[in-house]
Design a protein around this ligand. Structure first.
Ligand SMILES: Cc1cc2c(cc1C)N(C[C@H](O)[C@H](O)[C@H](O)COP(=O)(O)O)c1[nH]c(=O)[nH]c(=O)c1N2
Length: 233
């Protein structure tokens, strides 16, 4: 009999790490197959079980399946993506323009996770000094959803190349509700082994050992064994 305080079994732990390491941002590999409601409910429940400041639970989930609504969101993406491509020149710009950065219509469902900045009233425990804590909490709900979806074989793609005001208007959000994450969800033909941006030569994963510091920014890590584990030795 397993006790709820026991560590996970090897298989359970492997499952969790598998979801973490094999989660991908998906844009190009969506299949049109519908996500069954019970599966969608499971991953939304996972999102709802994220930690949140003062148990604020500032999130709402807007399930967008209307092609007309998605078409409006895509129009905002196209507008913003055109502007974004002007940030680069030459070969880098050419590469940028070949990147597929959204799957708004190819995925069977889009989901906007919002953050209600007023939920819980003016004094939320833990949010008295740093007011962005509600936004950070909502990001954790996105990550819970992303990992649960991966375990269900469902890909998620985050589309942030959007005008927030236009997105809020399209989704009829009240002023106090912030459109934190616009996501595309669907079964996939494959989960890529590495981030698509890495596979396309845009940017690579940084070495972890260069990102772990000791007692202050840029200070060497005194834990030698930890340093060598981080370096994969
Ligand atoms: C807040 C935020 C916003 C975005 C993203 C992610 C996050 C966290 N990503 C996905 C991003 O490119 C991707 O996570 C990294 O390239 C790493 O790849 P994997 O997620 O590990 O596959 C993303 N991808 C994309 O194609 N269009 C986009 O607008 C965005 N926006």
């Amino acid at each position: 009999m397993s006790n709820q305080n026991d560590p996970f079994t090897d298989a359970q732990r492997e499952g969790l790490y598998r979801a973490i390491f094999e989660r991908r941002d998906v844009r190009s590999q969506f299949l049109p197959d519908a996500i069954p409601d019970e599966v969608l409910a499971r991953i939304l429940r996972a999102a709802h079980h994220a930690p949140s400041v003062g148990f604020m639970q500032p999130w709402d989930f807007i399930v967008v399946d209307s092609l007309a609504v998605r078409g409006q969101v895509l129009a905002s993406f196209n507008e913003e993506n055109g502007k974004a491509s002007e940030n680069y020149t030459g070969e880098r710009q050419q590469t940028y323009r070949t990147l597929k950065l959204q799957g708004i219509l190819e995925s069977p469902i889009n989901l906007c996770i919002t953050c209600d900045r007023t939920r819980g009233g003016p004094h939320v425990l833990g949010r008295n000094s740093i007011m962005e804590m509600d936004l950070f909490s909502t990001c954790l709900s996105v990550q819970n959803l992303w990992l649960a979806a991966r375990a269900e074989g469902i890909g998620v793609g985050w589309v942030s190349i959007l005008d927030q005001g236009i997105l809020s208007d399209i989704l009829q959000l009240p002023d106090h509700v912030y459109p934190l994450a616009y996501l595309c969800l669907g079964y996939v033909s494959e989960f890529l082994e590495q981030p698509e941006l890495q596979a396309k030569g845009w940017r690579s994963r940084l070495p972890l050992e260069e990102l772990v510091h000791g007692n202050g920014w840029g200070q060497p890590l005194e834990h030698q064994r930890l340093a060598s584990y981080l370096a994969g030795k």
